[in-house]
Design a binder for this molecule. Structure first.
Ligand SMILES: *Cc1c(COP(=O)(O)O)cnc(C)c1O
Length: 436
C-alpha cells in the first residue's frame, strides 16, 4: 500500500498515481501566474547586480582560466541551431534550438553559472574587507597574486553535491587560493572526484543521498568559523548567478534575429534538481520576456522533487519523493534529488508553466540522438529537456496551448532545449552511456 501524504498537493489524483508508479507525465502548474503562490520573490535588480559582478571579475578570470580569453572573461555557452534534431524531437512546429550549457567553460556544466558567481561574491567581500581591493572599480587582477592567495587560503569553501556543483565550486575555489572541501553523495561519479582531487580539492565521500551530503557539509562547515558553506538548498547567490543566463540568452536571440513576443512565443525546457538552476533561469527569463516565455522543468520519473515542491502550498516544506515511494534511482546524477529547495519554490512557483518527467531509458535515447545528429556530447541528466516539445503534443500539452491561446503562433514559436552538462565526461564513460 502506497503512503498517503497529508500535505495538500495541487496534482490531479490520476497524476499522483502516475508519479507513484514512476510513469512519465506532464503536470501543468495551477499556480502559474498566481502571484500569491510565490511569496518570496527576489528583486529583479539583483540579476543585473550579479551580471555586473561577473563582469568585474572577467579580467581576473582570464588570468585564472586562459580558455576564457575569446569570450573576454565571460563564462558563456553558444545558442545552437539544430541540424537534424528538430525533425525527430519537435512535433508541434516552430524552430528548435539548443542552449549548450553542457559546454560551459571552466566547470563543464550549468553549475559554472551559479557556483562561480557565489564563490566570487564571497571572494569579493573578503577582498574588500581585507583591503586587497580598494573598491569595486579596482583592478580585480590584483587577486591573481600570492598575497591574495595567502589571504584566501585562510578560508575554506565547502559544498555538498551530486557532482557538478562540487566541480564548479572546487575548481573556482582552488583557483582563487581557497581551501575547498566537497561533500559528495553516493551517486557522484568517480571521474568527477578524481578531477577535483587533482586540483587539490578535498573530496569527502558519503554513502547516502544528496540531501545527506549537503547536511553533512553544512554541519562540518558551521563548526569552522573560517569556512563558507555554499548551500545548494538555500542560496540566493547561486540563484542569481543562474539568472544571468537570461540576459545572455536574450542577447543571443537578438543577434540571431529571433523575436520573442505575442506572435512569437518562446518555450524553454530546463532540467531540474534541487531547483536553483532552472528556477534562477526562469526568474531571469520572466523578468525579460514576461508572459511570452513558457518555462517547463524536466525531471527523472524517480526524482520529481520540483514537481512535488511546486505543487505544494506557498511557505510549506516541499514534499519529498520518498513519500511517493520513489527511490531516486536514476543515472541523471545532477537531478538525483529527493526534496526541492523551498526557497526556490516560493520564489518562482507562479512563473513555471509545468513540469514533465522522463524515464532514464529516454534520456539515453536522446543522449544518443544528440551525439549522432548534432555531434553534441552530454551526460544523461542534460538530455532530459529533449522530451519537451513532444510533451506539448500530449493531452496536457494541448490543454496548455489552448488555455493560453498559442495554437496559431506555434509555427512562429521557438523551443530551447537547455543541455546542462557533459563536456568534461571522459570518452570511456561516454561510450558507456552510448552502450546503454
Ligand atoms: C545541477 C544540475 C541541474 C539542475 O540544477 P538544480 O539547481 O539542482 O535544479 C541540471 N543539470 C545538471 C547537469 C546539473 O548538474
Amino acid at each position: 500500500m502506497a503512503t498517503i501524504t497529508t500535505t495538500p498537493l495541487a496534482i490531479p489524483l490520476t497524476q499522483q498515481q502516475y508519479i507513484r508508479e514512476g510513469k512519465p507525465l506532464l503536470w501543468l502548474n495551477p499556480y502559474y501566474q498566481q502571484t500569491a503562490s510565490a511569496p518570496n520573490k527576489p528583486a529583479q535588480g539583483e540579476i543585473y547586480a550579479a551580471d555586473d559582478r561577473l563582469r568585474r571579475f572577467a579580467p581576473l578570470l582570464i588570468e585564472l582560466f586562459p580558455e576564457l580569453e575569446n569570450s573576454a572573461g565571460l563564462i558563456e555557452s553558444p545558442l545552437l541551431a539544430t541540424q537534424q534534431l528538430h525533425r525527430t524531437l519537435n512535433p508541434i512546429g516552430g524552430r528548435l534550438l539548443i542552449k549548450a550549457d553542457h559546454a560551459l567553460p571552466v566547470a563543464g556544466s550549468i553549475k559554472a553559472r551559479g557556483g562561480i558567481h557565489e564563490v566570487l561574491c564571497f571572494a569579493e567581500q573578503l577582498a574588500l574587507d581585507s583591503g586587497l581591493l580598494n573598491n569595486t572599480d579596482d583592478d580585480y587582477r590584483k587577486l591573481f597574486s600570492n598575497h591574495a592567495k595567502n589571504i584566501f587560503n585562510q578560508y575554506e569553501i565547502a559544498v555538498g553535491s551530486t557532482g557538478n556543483l562540487g566541480l564548479s565550486i572546487g575548481i573556482i575555489g582552488a583557483a582563487l587560493g581557497f581551501k575547498a572541501s566537497v561533500h559528495m553523495s553516493a551517486d557522484a561519479k568517480e571521474w568527477k572526484k578524481e578531477r577535483l582531487r587533482k586540483r587539490g580539492v578535498e573530496v569527502i565521500e558519503h554513502q547516502a543521498d544528496y540531501g545527506a551530503a549537503v547536511a553533512a557539509g553544512r554541519a562540518q562547515s558551521e563548526a569552522n568559523p573560517y569556512s563558507y558553506f555554499v548551500d545548494d538548498e538555500n542560496s540566493p547567490r547561486l540563484f542569481m548567478g543562474y539568472a544571468v543566463a537570461a540576459l545572455r540568452l536574450k542577447q543571443q536571440l537578438d543577434e540571431q534575429n529571433i523575436p520573442v513576443d505575442a506572435d512569437h512565443p518562446l518555450f524553454v525546457y530546463l532540467p531540474a534538481g534541487v531547483g536553483g538552476a532552472p528556477g534562477g533561469i526562469t526568474f531571469g527569463l520572466k523578468a525579460l520576456f514576461g508572459e511570452h516565455v513558457h518555462c517547463f522543468f524536466a525531471e527523472p520519473v524517480q526524482a520529481p522533487c520540483m514537481l512535488l515542491g511546486m505543487a505544494g502550498e506557498a511557505g510549506s516544506e516541499p514534499v519529498s519523493v520518498y513519500e511517493f515511494d520513489l527511490k531516486i534511482a536514476t543515472d541523471a546524477d545532477g537531478l538525483a534529488v529527493g526534496q526541492a529547495a523551498q526557497w526556490v519554490c516560493d520564489a518562482v512557483r507562479d512563473e513555471v508553466s509545468g513540469v514533465f518527467t522522463s524515464y532514464d531509458q529516454t534520456l539515453y535515447q536522446h543522449l544518443q540522438q544528440l551525439h549522432q545528429q548534432e555531434n553534441i556530447q552530454v551526460e544523461p541528466s542534460a538530455a532530459i529537456g529533449c522530451s519537451g516539445p513532444a510533451m506539448l503534443n500530449t493531452d496536457q500539452g494541448r490543454d496548455y496551448i489552448a488555455r493560453f491561446k498559442l495554437k496559431s503562433q506555434l509555427n512562429n514559436s521557438t523551443h530551447i532545449i537547455w543541455t546542462t552538462g557533459g563536456s568534461f565526461v571522459p570518452d570511456s564513460e561516454f561510450q558507456n552511456f552510448l552502450d546503454k
